[in-house]
Design a protein around this ligand. Structure first.
Ligand SMILES: [Zn+2]
Length: 507
């Protein structure tokens, strides 16, 4: 069990009291953040309160005492977006060399048709009620709108753990993924700041919160926090090393279940080059589309998967490598596809196609030598895919590539679930959850990648890939977060920070 000193317990008590006293303000902040649409590219800047980033900044600035704030503009050369956007950092400095890093992301995904939202408005946060009506089934009621929806088993688990059948919820685009997580961090930072102010207590290390842009697409914010890919290195510019540090990525999640790893994600592009000829004499050409088709047909076997999986280990925690070939494919006379209507403009219908490109989605466990040799892993994947394609269609030239932003490495805290449950960070996070929400959260592995991919690989700090409030329907209409979990999350993060870095007497 997590052992805390009287001084640490006193800080937690004062910090949680601050959070309770400011609970309404924190929920209001969540509404203000939801009201500022922050699609990737539009997260905003610290000095523009009309943006999510600006609103977050001004709320923190207003209440901060010892809390230090910094904004990091993502430089044009590190960003694929034109508009300037900024990561925001809030640091509570401590006396020792320990460190605890927690991150949230400020971007949200598009809302889809506005008619799918109450009053045609995804950007106004609304109070509602969610009832669990059956296994993995909830009824979301907002105003006079009531909809029955299916939720994933991972999200259903929190209902089973606590035995409730109804909770108060907050509904809106981004409320769960990921603005509730922002508010959990803000509440914990300000609560901790208030708890330490005017006392002789100080943290045993820095508590660092990063509110990062672009998690939903290419994780440009996380990359620029840790210097991945040669971009900005906010953390590395300030600290010499991360010995003994820990980290957690806050997400709309499963009710403070420590999530201990996720597989990596690779988007690989296979290009076939042939030779065009008049379609009436196909033998005179080399058909790139036919070659790519033969190459793709080859992928549908266990032997193929095993060949791609060869450099990777049997990963008891993260599971098996999977290959989804042909997630997109284009070639020959395709000139344009209208994204709105799906209509296709073609040319050269009487020509043997001389090019074809298909993408593969490959989910990867850890490899021999993990976490090193990332470049070698990428090269090996490309070589294997090209070798099999060339064998299937020898008259076509194949090449494979992985774009700069198309590789997200896997993250894992331990070899298997048993060892993960015993990891000190997991034990502390479980305690912080149980102490706050009253149930033992267990642990889980995430289905998709999070900012942990780069927070971990840029620093090698042991990282929880997800930890955060309960809710559901991220990326769907009627996305919701449980109201109580917004406040509980602030408290759990405060406890976790205190337990991780400790509290000592100011020197
Ligand atoms: Zn998301």
């Amino acid at each position: 069990m997590t052992e805390l000193t009287d001084r640490e317990l006193a800080v937690i008590e004062r910090g949680c009291a601050w959070i309770d006293d400011n609970a309404d303000e924190l929920v209001d902040l969540l509404a203000e953040l939801v009201a500022r649409p922050s699609l990737p590219g539009d997260e905003g800047v610290h000095d523009d309160e009309a943006t999510t980033v600006g609103q977050l900044w001004s709320f923190l600035e207003e209440s901060a005492d010892a809390l230090e704030l910094d904004a990091q503009p993502i430089s044009a050369e590190d960003d694929y977006r034109e508009k300037t956007r900024e990561n925001v950092y809030a640091v509570l400095p401590g006396d020792g060399d320990d460190g605890f890093v927690a991150t949230s992301h400020t971007d949200v995904v598009p809302p889809g048709p506005t008619a799918d939202w109450p009053d045609d408005d995804p950007w106004t946060m609304r109070e509602g009620v969610v009832r669990r009506t059956d296994d993995c089934t909830v009824e979301v009621a907002v105003g006079d709108r009531v909809e029955t929806r299916t939720i994933r088993d991972r999200m259903d688990r929190v209902w089973r753990l606590r035995g409730d059948s109804e909770v108060a919820a907050l509904v809106g685009r981004g409320v769960y993924d990921n603005k509730a997580a922002i508010v959990c961090l803000v509440g914990s930072a300000l609560g901790l700041d208030a708890a330490l102010a005017g006392t002789d207590a100080t943290l045993g290390g820095d508590v660092i919160h990063g509110h990062l842009v672009d998690e939903e697409y290419y994780q440009v914010g996380a990359k620029n926090m840790v210097g991945w890919g040669g971009g900005g290195d906010w953390l590395g510019d300030r600290y010499d090393g991360y010995d003994g540090w820990t980290a957690a990525v806050l997400e709309g999640s499963y009710g403070f279940v420590p999530v201990v790893g996720h597989r990596g994600l690779v988007w690989l592009t296979l290009r076939a080059e042939g030779e065009s000829a008049h379609a009436s004499t196909p033998d005179l050409g080399h058909n790139a589309v036919l070659g790519a088709a033969k190459a793709l047909a080859e992928t549908d076997t266990d032997a193929y998967r095993d060949a791609v999986a060869a450099p990777f280990v049997e990963d008891a925690l993260l599971g098996e490598l999977t290959v989804a070939p042909g997630t997109s494919i284009v070639g020959g006379g395709i000139e344009r596809v209208d994204p709105e209507t799906g209509s296709v403009e073609r040319g050269g219908l009487n020509t043997i196609p001389d090019w074809c490109e298909a993408t593969f989605d490959v989910r990867i466990p850890r490899w021999e030598g993990f976490p090193g040799s990332v470049d070698a892993v990428e090269d090996r994947l490309c070589e294997t895919v090209v070798a099999h394609a060339s064998a299937a269609a020898p008259d076509v030239d194949f090449s494979a590539s992985i774009g700069e932003h198309d590789f997200f490495p896997p993250v894992a805290l331990a070899d298997d679930r048993e060892a993960a449950a015993d990891h000190p960070l997991v034990r502390t996070a479980s305690w912080a959850a149980a102490d706050t929400v009253g149930y033992d959260p267990g642990l889980d592995v995430a289905p998709g990648v999070t900012d942990a991919a780069f927070v971990y690989h840029g620093t090698h700090i042991p990282t929880l890939v997800e930890y955060g409030p309960a809710g559901a329907l991220s990326h769907e209409p009627l996305e919701y977060v449980e109201r109580d979990h917004v406040i509980a999350g602030a408290k759990a993060m405060l406890k976790l920070a205190v337990a991780e870095v400790g509290v000592t007497q100011r020197s």
